[in-house]
Design a binder for this molecule. Structure first.
Ligand code: ZN
Length: 395
């Protein structure tokens, strides 16, 4: 169903053609009287418009395509018309229009490339990625704005199809064309192929890919996580610890994710004193509730729940936290009986419900909130933009 607003937009698109058609008619009638060719252009325009007004869109499209045969000047308008249908989700009509354009022998190279890009975008919208890919690859031999747009679309296709090696290749090309860094994306593509190599038992290759990822972006937190995980699985706790501890310098916002892995490595190595010193160091340099809770666990093991509760309460006075409150209640629960215990249990249940409803991570680019850590935001598709939430409800 064509809305009044859509119809108005379409008529605005076609106005230049109407004006042009009128101008032709005027010029020619001055010299030789109305020619049949110009009259045809005018007729197709009005026939098309009439079909549109009667919501017979396919017939309107046919009339506008015929208009192309008699006036090469209507190419830009036809491109805009196709674009209009694609934006409305009428991809089949957009494809018909752009395919008709491509079949015209008198297009200039610029018009042909523009039509090619529009058609590729129609296929992308329709989810026909193989056809879009072959058209976009053709455009990578061009220069200018269409080249950059084509490379960006190709990266999008390869990301969706998880063809990471091709994504790396095109991202490097895009970097050369725009002079803008793609190192963040490239490092993540290497992380993806490292995990695939590991799953196939290609351990050395997996480490090689991680090294390549870090060579593109030495601040790639994900590469450090994966490297630590691989080394931990191989029982190389010292190496794993080195990888995890790198995260503090790459992006401390992710440190809460690594803290329990770091503790596990220290414990496997039997380095309990070194762990306490490290937690103490983190408390002063990059405090967060996860680090405070990890520290409180250590206090509990060594000095008991009362001291752990006191330690946690001291921190909570300065940095209130819902997660901290939940643990504080748990520390006190074992020390009280009767009515107070029942009230604490009720309070604990309320806090748990509150924590349960809250997201843990948020995308710094689009604001998408989630309970899972995604390396690529499912909403805006940015890499490494989803991070642990800070503040009273988060870290
Ligand atoms: Zn996002």
């Amino acid at each position: 169903m064509t809305s009044t607003f859509d119809l108005l937009e379409m008529i605005c698109l076609l106005l230049p053609v109407a004006a042009l058609s009128g101008w032709y008619l005027g010029k020619r009638s001055q010299r030789t009287g109305p020619s049949s060719k110009s009259a045809m252009l005018s007729t197709d325009y009005y026939v098309g418009l009439n079909f549109l007004l009667n919501e017979e869109t396919d017939k309107a499209v046919d009339a506008f395509i015929r208009m192309l045969d008699v006036s090469p000047d209507s190419v830009e308008t036809t491109l805009a018309l196709g674009n209009f249908f694609r934006r409305r989700g009428e991809v089949d009509r957009a494809i018909r229009i752009h395919q008709s354009l491509m079949s015209k022998p008198n297009l200039t190279p610029k018009q042909r490339n523009h039509s090619l890009l529009e058609l590729a975008q129609d296929y992308l919208r329709a989810g026909v990625y193989d056809r879009a890919e072959s058209l976009l690859l053709e455009l990578t031999n061009t220069v200018g704005n269409q080249l950059e747009i084509s490379l960006r679309h190709l990266i999008d296709i390869y990301e969706r199809e998880k063809d990471w090696e091709k994504a790396i290749h095109i991202a490097i090309r895009l970097q050369e064309v725009t002079k803008q860094s793609m190192s963040n994306e490239i490092a993540h593509y290497y992380c993806e192929i490292a995990e695939i190599a590991w799953s196939k038992g290609k351990i050395r290759t997996a480490f090689k890919y991680l090294k390549q990822g870090l060579s593109h972006n030495r601040n790639c937190v994900r590469a450090s996580f994966i490297q630590g995980n691989f080394e931990k699985k191989l029982g190389k706790y010292k190496h794993a610890l080195r990888s995890y501890k790198r995260i503090e310098f790459q992006d401390p916002a992710y440190l809460p994710e690594a803290i329990f892995l770091i503790m596990e490595c220290y414990e496997q190595l039997g380095e309990h004193q070194a762990l306490e010193e490290y937690l103490d160091y983190l408390l002063h340099h990059c405090p967060s509730i996860s680090i405070v809770l990890a520290h409180a666990e250590k206090v509990k093991e060594k000095q008991g729940k009362e001291f752990a509760a006191q330690f946690l309460a001291n921190y909570m006075h300065r940095h209130p936290s819902i997660r901290g409150l939940k643990h504080l209640i748990e520390f006190h629960l074992t020390r009280v009986m009767g009515e107070v215990r029942n009230e604490l249990l009720m309070l604990k249940s309320l806090v748990e419900q509150l924590v349960e409803k809250k997201p843990i991570y948020r995308c710094g680019h689009c604001g998408f909130a989630t309970k899972l850590l995604h390396w690529q935001c499912p909403s805006c598709r940015q890499w490494a933009a989803v991070k642990p939430i800070q503040g009273i409800e988060g870290e």
